[in-house]
Design a protein around this ligand. Sequence first.
Ligand SMILES: C[S@@+](CC[C@H](N)C(=O)[O-])C[C@H]1O[C@@H](n2cnc3c(N)ncnc32)[C@H](O)[C@@H]1O
Length: 232
Amino acid sequence: MPGRLQTLLRDFRAPVHRKQAFRLLTELHQANLPLEKVVERAIRLGSNGWYRVRSLQVLSEITALAREVEALRPQVILEIGTARGGTALIWAYLAQKRLITCDLLDKRGFADLVRAFPPPGSACEVSVLIGDSHASEFAETVKRTLDGDPVDFLFIDGDHTEEGVAQDYAMYAPLVRPGGLVAFHDIVDHQPLATNQVHHFWKKVRVGADVKEIVDNPNQCGFGIGVLRVPA
Ligand SMILES: C[S@@+](CC[C@H](N)C(=O)[O-])C[C@H]1O[C@@H](n2cnc3c(N)ncnc32)[C@H](O)[C@@H]1O
């Protein structure tokens, strides 16, 4: 969370950063890049302050995940954990009808930028929902936004405690269609923070399931993506 002075500075510079971020997004849209290059750019698009777009991901891992998601030809993607929008930008290139991305924190005008993420010609509509994914009213808002459509791909990258990730899975995985995918970020055992406990949940949920582990280096600290296919 930014401090008071940092918040004031960010507010002061927001118009410049906003303009810069929209320019970078337009350049990305106009570049007409293959998926691998979109992923590379999305995780460090740039700009600053409230409008900085980036993602803390291992490039090989998030590229492999993006390919799995692309193969689904997804209509609808749901993401828990927007943060700086890096992964949402990738999903906005892949979802053909709707992207819903959720976060606890409202970053001023950042949602305007996220809603502009889909490339030209895409029919994807982006909803940025602010609130606690664990709240039942929030889950109702997600369902209303889905408007009866099943989710093709669910990315769980919000609360990283074991209880938190288990709750997100219990609440949102039932919205995923048979044959759809649920992915979890930060599944490797060795984590930089004690609160990164996704690996504990992953070890339980993968038992007997159709899963794939995307891990760049088995000895790495942090990261790693677990992908679970919902039985058809
Ligand atoms: C690791 S970041 C997400 C990164 C993003 N998916 C990316 O790679 O570009 C986790 C985000 O989840 C949000 N978060 C944590 N707990 C949450 C909750 N209970 N509901 C909604 N968002 C939550 C945090 O505010 C944070 O921005």
